[in-house]
Design a binder for this molecule. Structure first.
Ligand SMILES: [Zn+2]
Length: 285
């Protein structure tokens, strides 16, 4: 179908009680795997890239590639900047043709986060692009010391979320509720009490980062409570590299690059399909 804003995708998802899966990407076949999975399951999907991934691919090439790949598909697709670190980076991506941007000012004090998010919202909305923000610090699970509860994140405060949404005008935001990026070193415990309070106070679609490794039941519960976009990255890269190692070990001295890489892309497509089903976004187009 076409490239659409995350606002459009998430509004529909919230009303339909599912979440739109958002997969990071960093090359052509990775993107193809995601789009083929979504197309086969008739699911809306968000293709996203963080600054390092955009620099790796070149932003112009990335946007042109996703647009070309979606031309003949009948599913709606988002092109989103993940964890935009600054106003300048957001503007750069708007100029590349992204349809949605995230500004992550969560490491700043609330006042500064609100002030910059507000500027980002003004620029993005003027260009017809939606904005995702972040409150609380969603850290790296792999870096967390073991044993302490919630040691890997700074949990979002519902009152701060309410103020942030009201004053900045963001279309959706990621709140730290016990989730983290990377591989969880122990079972993540999502704070559903916080999630309920945040949803009640803000009313906008919520985004869950660090989807890799969150049990399916918890993901589904979060969706019924207002989570409308879930980010997956590590699980895809892990599947790709593990499969690549396996293929190389099985075929020493074989320099057929496509033959060596294809099992990895097929694995990624399979993983993407599993996560689309977890998000309950299959057959929603
Ligand atoms: Zn994230």
């Amino acid at each position: 179908m076409s490239i659409v804003t995350n606002k459009e995708l998430l509004t529909r998802a919230k009303a339909g009680h599912y979440a739109v899966p958002a997969f990071n990407t960093n090359n052509l076949e990775y993107t193809q795997a995601i789009l083929r999975a979504a197309d086969e399951l008739n699911s809306p999907v968000i293709i996203e890239a963080a600054k390092s991934e955009i620099d790796y691919m070149d932003g112009h090439v990335f946007v042109a590639m996703v647009k070309a790949m979606t031309e003949k598909l009948s599913i709606p697709v988002g092109i989103h900047l993940d964890h935009g670190p600054s106003y300048e980076e957001v503007i750069r991506c708007i100029n590349y043709g992204f349809k949605s941007v995230m500004y992550d000012g969560s490491s700043f004090p609330l006042e500064k986060n609100i002030a910059v998010t507000k500027e980002v919202v003004a620029a993005a909305h003027a260009a017809g692009i939606s904005v995702e923000g972040e409150i609380g610090v969603i850290g790296q699970a792999a870096d967390s010391p073991e044993g302490k509860k919630n040691d890997m994140i700074g949990l979002a405060d519902p009152a701060e979320c309410e103020r942030y949404v009201k004053e900045s005008g963001v279309d959706c935001f990621a709140a730290a509720i016990g989730n983290a990026h990377g591989i969880y070193t122990r079972k993540p415990e999502l704070r559903f009490d916080l999630l309920a309070e945040i949803e009640k106070r803000t009313g906008v679609p919520l985004v869950l980062h660090g989807g890799t490794g969150i049990p399916e039941d918890d993901l589904r519960k979060a969706i019924t409570m207002g989570v409308s976009k879930i980010n997956f990255s590590t699980v895809m890269r892990k599947g790709c590299i593990e499969t690549l190692v396996e293929t190389l070990n099985k075929n020493p001295g074989d320099w057929d690059l496509m033959k060596m890489l294809n099992p990895s892309w097929n694995k990624m497509k399979e993983i993407a399909k599993q996560h689309i089903v977890m998000c309950m976004s299959d057959h929603k187009v």
